[in-house]
Design a protein around this ligand. Sequence first.
Ligand SMILES: C[S@@+](CC[C@H](N)C(=O)[O-])C[C@H]1O[C@@H](n2cnc3c(N)ncnc32)[C@H](O)[C@@H]1O
Length: 331
Amino acid sequence: MKEIKKIWRARKWMKSNEPFLYAWHAHVGYVHDLFDEFESGSTVSSVATKRDMNELLLTRWADVGVAIGHLTNEKNGNIRSKKHMVESISKNSDQSVGILLKEMMELHIPILLSYPDLLNKDQHALYQDEDYGGTVAATSSFIERFAFPKIYQAIKSTNATSVIDFGAGYAGYLSRIGAKLEHMKLVGIEKNRSVCLDAEENIHFPLKSPINLYPDDMMTWKWDGEPFDVAMMNNLLYYFAPEDRVKLFEKAYEVTGKDGQLLIITPMHESKHGLAFSAAFNSFMSAHDNLFPLPSRKDLEELAAETGFQLKQVKPVVKEGAWYFLRFQKV
Ligand SMILES: C[S@@+](CC[C@H](N)C(=O)[O-])C[C@H]1O[C@@H](n2cnc3c(N)ncnc32)[C@H](O)[C@@H]1O
């Protein structure tokens, strides 16, 4: 009986790991554009020759894909990608979420796998912004679609005409504002120079208001123009140690005028929703010497009180991810 129980437990853990296979397979396909290669049906050997790949490993990858339903094996011996895999994973598809797999498989999973080593005090990991800045900025923008209506409402309801976005990433929020509203002053500050340059080149909406982006560190950047009505800091807090976050709020206070607002989209820890996700997020963050844990609502309220803001609104954006919209106002 004991032995059966043991085997049953082993089976349970094996099965709990099965979803990893889908993510692994899709990630390999994303990185090497393999779903495109097999889109119209090809043999493994012709793709291996064309792409100068290891044919045995490509065969194994194709076998897994057929087994889990990412690929089909046709009667003539060709392998063909399922349409939904081309659409949802390939880099060329405008519906692609492949970049999220890249972030998970190359950034999150490796650091979680090195957790046993990192628990030893002498081991350290650093987040390499030059390697992953673009990926992280791109995956953050998946939240935009759900968060933007809340930001838009905060701008409209206060008749705000100027917005500064700190840590603007690919300027998705500013572009959405600029696409909807005329006569807005829109400014973005983005520390990662290549993200900032890409953002300038790839604004994907026709704009009614122009956007000015500056490749700068927001902490040293100085603004001597008219104060802004709204400052935004979306998905930015975890780049700053909790003891330094007061400077972010002070910066928002400094650049906004009377009745100025600070809008923040962020995952929060110890919130009503998404506890498992925010706990895992914090494991990932704290494993790096240069990334920091998510704030709780109480942390943010304290920062606001210290710097002359008051928390006026908190709304969930993506519940399972503990993502929230927070609106602060100068008192
Ligand atoms: C996770 S991304 C979020 C991008 C965008 N705000 C969004 O929510 O989609 C955070 C961005 O903040 C930028 N950033 C981090 N520290 C910064 C600083 N001190 N000054 C300006 N930008 C910074 C990073 O380079 C990164 O592109």
